[in-house]
Write a new protein. Sequence first.
Lengths: 533, 309
Amino acid sequence: MVKRSFKSFLRFAFIFLLALTLLACGPFQRSGQPSDGVVIRALTSEPSGLDPHGPPGSGQNVLLPYLFDTLVFRDVDNTYKPFLAESWEVAPDGKTITFQLREGVTFHDGTPMDAQTVVFTFERFKEKGAKNPLAGGIMDIASIEAVDSHTVRFHFDQPSAIFFGTLSMPYAGILSPTAVKEAGDAFAQKPVGTGPFKLDQWEPGVSITLVRNPDYQWGPPVVQNQGPPHIEKATFKVIPDAATQLAALQAGEVDVLFVNQPGQILRLREEENVQLTETTLNTLIYLGFNCQKAPFDDVRVRQALAHAVNKTEIIETALSGLGQEAFAPLASTLPGFDPKLKEYELGYDPEKAEVLLAEAGFTQDADGVWVRRDEKLGGILLTSTRAPNEAVATVMQSQFKAIGVPIEIQQLDARAVIKTSTEGDYDLLLWRYDWNDADVLNIYLSSDRIRRTNRVFYSNKTVDELLERAMHEMDQQARNQIYIETQKIILAEAPWQPLYTPLNVLAIRDRVEGAVIGSMGRVLLNDVRVVEE
Amino acid sequence: MLHFLLRRLAGTVIVLAVVSFLTFALLDLAPGDAADAMVGEYASAAQLATVRCELGLDAPLSSRYLRFVSAAILHGDLGRSLISGRQVSELVIERFGHTVTLAMVALSLSLVVGTLTGIAAVAKPRGHLDLAVMSVTTLGLSLPTFWVALLLIMAFSLRLGWLPVVGAGGPAHLVLPAMCLAFPTTAMVARLMRASLLDVKSADYVRTAHAKGLAHHQVWRDHILRNGLIPVITLLGLYLGRLLGGTFIIETIFGWPGLGRLVVQAILDRDFPVIVGAVLLIAIIYQVLNFVVDVAHARLDPRVGRGAL
């Protein structure tokens, strides 16, 4: 009796599970097509507010460019094109830059955009924007003056090479002084700019809808349609979960999706009706060494471990082949990168690693682990919980183990990693940057940023001087040359072992035609039309 | 009754004080603060110091806590989110509405379906229906919710195309998340109902009721069900508390704008006014629910009855 009932128990459970699974598999049907004239994009994290001078975030990065225009436009090839500024002139000493503004531009509230509004915007930024990542570039401005109604002049104490990069970022959009005064603290919920779209509706936690700006006539030069967008609305749906984002795209509830997880990219490649476009975020994933903590304060130990890393294997195993090996501290898409730096790479060479460790005074014990003065070589590899960090860290762990260096992986949430690494409480760090300028080396590796953004405690006077010079070098060619020299030193001293550049993809459904991809993964909707699939 | 109420109220005040202080203290121990979260990882030390000072995070824990308590008690002001600058009460209430809707639908679903299947199973113990109910409920309790959620999305949204994957708004958006939440609870209710009914069915007073000639349905209504429901109500009370505190995983998967997502995001951002506000709300919910469950117990079970109140 008992046996019989257990068997039928199992049978019922099995049938139920099978039915549910069968229902879940098989060809998918499309439900609820969004109406024409509306493009829907998935947003992983909702912006906390849409004030360009408020706290930054990935949601803000996506939305601000639709609401606010900037003085200059940065193209994918990192050149600057006119936008709200028609032309500009840099003084020979690089200390003043004069912008001629476009005429006839108005904000969403009807206020005309002129020199006064530009001055207002940047003065407000200097006052309020301490929390913004651009603050460094903005604080370089000594003063701003409105020369006449449509001419603005920026004064600097020292030439600032990062200024144009700063000006083209979404946070440097020009805002309406009238709206700011009217809304006060609530401006973050009621943003008013000159962008191609206006804020229509914000349903907290669910979606943000923008409606086209019918008066728009000043699109950036990279789009064909300088006038109002063809589509009526752009909706940004907040979908925190990556698997749901993919399902929403498959169900037709979302048209545009940013994907960076290898597994998902592979699945999307099989999806019909979806176009995949690679985007450049100037990302670099690297392995950092804690240069102030023994034994990693010894350059030979850092070099040895760098030689133990097999980047090809990492990309094949942890990323399903979806990534590009990196060898220079600057991402290959940033100005200042040079393919010739490849010859300075500390490539995969386990034998050389062993020679270097022996030189550094280490000997192998009975288990093959390297020991110096009774201290075993090894430590903690710190990284965040973000995918695919765990997989990459695990592959590296086995590569280090192969040469006799046991390491332990510690995964924390991103904030905790930043805090822990800033305090120097780790040995190895698997980390990344996405930045739009070569100045990122200054942020991460100059010695006056130690205990802040320089979390590997790397310090080299020559590197500091070179990076400082590059910051004030207005000639792009000369500036790139400085960065190439700097990278040679950095590669040799190995505070970082550059690992790879991940594949970042924008998935766009076929019904959306004409999307233009700008720099830093920006999707321009000016030319977009919605067609039937 | 009045005495009971006053005692409960005093208990609630103490609970809120302890909970708010513990939340403050624990957040103080977590690495990083809202200033770190806000400026991102590229900021300079000076920038960070400025923001930290602006937010008043440079003050010691005790003075920050006292400032919070005095604002909360004197002005009923829970403060503003450090990140978005919006009123905490506004943020929490906005999300709580969605959470309540989802919780109520899920709970009613589990109550109705769970009780009925429990009763059906008990009608003929060890019969086919009983076995089917027991096996499906075992699955309901053991399958991970996120997996069931993804399976439901694939089945009902992608394959059949009946229901939307994400969002909130129409009743259609409620179906999948409510089903996911209700699945394990229904299973629990059904099993508990079955066990409790089996227990009650063979009790002496039920035999007496039959013996004194009461009609079958009268015995069920007045004796078996009434007594069998007591443990189920205790369970649902506790479970409702959990649902009203927000269900982060389900909310994340279905993009439902509930309290759970707000709190988890606030924790990641170290946005302590929002965390404290939400935790206090959750503490109040538990207090209220415990109170309601106690009262319901007293009504259903005369033995607990007046003495408890």
